[in-house]
Ligand binder design. Structure first.
Ligand code: GUN
Length: 280
């Protein structure tokens, strides 16, 4: 069994991105800029945003950070987005999700044009992905594809099962695997025979947000297991959606939590921001 080292791969890619960001600065006489908007006090989101800003600094991307109070109105949020859309120094805009319940996420995200949509969430970017055209791809599934590539795992002809159908991970993950010629099944809370379907996977990607949900009896011998979860176990310790200790005995490749998919998500955000700036 091989542990897929997301931390190491992320560091490797960030080094390349640092060179690209420096070249951009030299050629254009200006920094690449990423605006990050966080609304409210969700503790997990605060950690994610802090890590994103820190990663920007590491590779030489200028970050513009906006922490708005939980009671921010839709108008206030959208007028900030509009300002950032118009700002030449901002090449990418990220609104950290989830937003507080009273805000309309769809309406807010709609204001970000495709070329500044470094999360790859807008209809144009998602549509391009669905049609297998070059586009900005959602950071987490994009990071997963980079991991597979790095470890020479070619999805072509393989049975890939994606557990979870979110717009952020499950759906774009399924499309990327399909574009890479895998035979893809997407499972969710209404799926029947979940154990059987998961056990048929050569590549199993799990993104459901439930601590240690996937046990060894749901995994085929020799499968590649990618764990997108960031959960807490019964002792409050960080863990994934996969029961790592038992599943690692069956998997040929597995991602740990932490140190697996997480660092790759942030790295692909930096990648997308540089792509957005370079395309202009
Ligand atoms: N919340 C959880 N993951 C993400 C992500 O990739 N992007 C944004 N904007 N919010 C998130």
């Amino acid at each position: 069994m091989t542990v897929i080292d997301g931390k190491m791969l992320a560091a490797e890619i960030r080094e390349e991105l640092r060179v690209k960001a420096a070249a951009f600065r030299k050629e254009r006489g200006t920094d690449i800029g990423l605006a990050v908007i966080l609304v409210g006090e969700d503790p997990a989101s605060q950690v994610y945003v802090r890590n994103k800003i820190k990663a920007c600094e590491e590779v030489g991307i200028k970050s513009f950070s906006y922490h708005l109070p939980a009671e921010t109105t839709q108008e206030q949020l959208e007028s900030l987005i509009d300002e950032l859309v118009a700002d030449k120094n901002v090449h990418g805009i990220l609104v950290q999700l989830p937003l507080p319940k009273h805000l309309d996420e769809k309406s807010a995200l709609k204001r970000i044009p495709a070329k500044k949509d470094v999360d790859g969430f807008c209809a144009e970017n998602v549509g391009n992905l669905a049609m297998n055209r070059e586009t900005i791809v959602a950071c987490t599934p994009f990071g997963v594809m980079k991991m597979l590539e790095k470890y020479n795992i070619d999805p072509s002809g393989k049975a890939a099962v994606v557990l979870g159908r979110s717009n952020i991970v499950g759906k774009p993950m399924a499309m990327l695997l399909l574009n890479a010629n895998a035979t893809v099944t997407v499972c969710h809370s209404k799926t029947k025979n979940l154990k059987e379907v998961c056990s048929s996977a050569d590549i199993l990607v799990v993104a459901i947000g439930r601590a240690k949900f996937v046990k060894a009896d749901m995994v085929k011998e020799g499968a590649v297991v990618i764990d997108v979860g960031m959960d807490r176990d019964e002792n409050g310790k960080l863990c994934g959606d996969v029961d790592y200790e038992s599943v690692k005995e069956k998997a040929s490749y597995i991602t740990p939590v932490p140190g697996g998919v997480g660092p790759m998500t942030i790295t692909m955000l930096l990648y997308n921001t540089i792509l957005a700036a370079t395309r202009g």
